[in-house]
Design a protein around this ligand. Sequence first.
Ligand code: G3D
Ligand code: MG
Length: 286
Amino acid sequence: MAIPNAREFRLGSNTVKRKVILIGDGAVGKTSLLRRFVLEKFDDRYITTIGTKVSKKEIVVENNGEQVSMTLMVWDILGQQGYTAIQRAGYRGSEGAILVCDYTRRETLESLEKYWIPELQGVVGKVPMVIAGNKVDLKDRKMFSEGEIKFLADKLGSPFISTSALTGDHVEDMFKNLATMMLEGLEKKKDDQFIRAPKKEDMTLLQTTDWLMGDFCDKFGGVDVGMPVIRKQFEKAGVDVKVPTKKGLLLVVEYMAEVEAGFKSKEEATDNKNQRRRVISQATEG
Ligand code: G3D
Ligand code: MG
């Protein structure tokens, strides 16, 4: 659907209306965030029929220096993994998404990447997204850092924000940020690497680096345990992830193989190493 620009909006008689969905594991705070943001309930029927609540909120955002009014229809979809049919029905027609994880539970961050985002993109393709790390007020119970959210956000080309539905911190900012992105069609044209790895022979060095990290984490048992190891390996090899070099990455691959030799069979560690070396050698610069 075409996104009207500010001028089209002013010429038209209707407010720009956009459907937004809130997704993430149960109890991460989706309903609380929405309650903070909007008090007006739009239609209660959805709660009983498809387990989804729709709320409506009028906001004003800036677009190219112009004030633009928008109506956000925010869908709060039943947040349990496995209610796939209900969720997919809710995703349809979404033009933006807020992906919520909970700082006090690490698995809620992982499931954004493993479950919610692929599910969402499987139905709507690429839409503007904001990643929210909620419950930032519970400092003593924080189980992962902002940097780990940033890692995922960068991979998606999406912004992230730390929120608290309890104190209201950054809740409005989050919705406004997404609204602005939807209005401007700002969604960064990141390639498909997130859902579907690009053909390896077409990858740039940056994509290769991203793939390499993902590959190691997958084989190591997840991003949360794999990333700290990778960070050390990159440091040791003197590779800046933003400007990787082939030589540096090949060194990282050596370190990865040393680590894997400790918990995988020799054949497997060698296979992994050879595959990684091959992928790096095929990467295009840039
Ligand atoms: P959900 O809609 O994603 O399933 P809810 O999550 O909005 O129902 O929130 C789940 C629980 O987390 C609720 O507690 C809620 O009060 C709490 N919560 C949500 N956001 C925050 C936050 O930012 N900070 C803190 N400290 N708590 C939050 P209960 O006890 O009602 O289950
Ligand atoms: Mg809820």
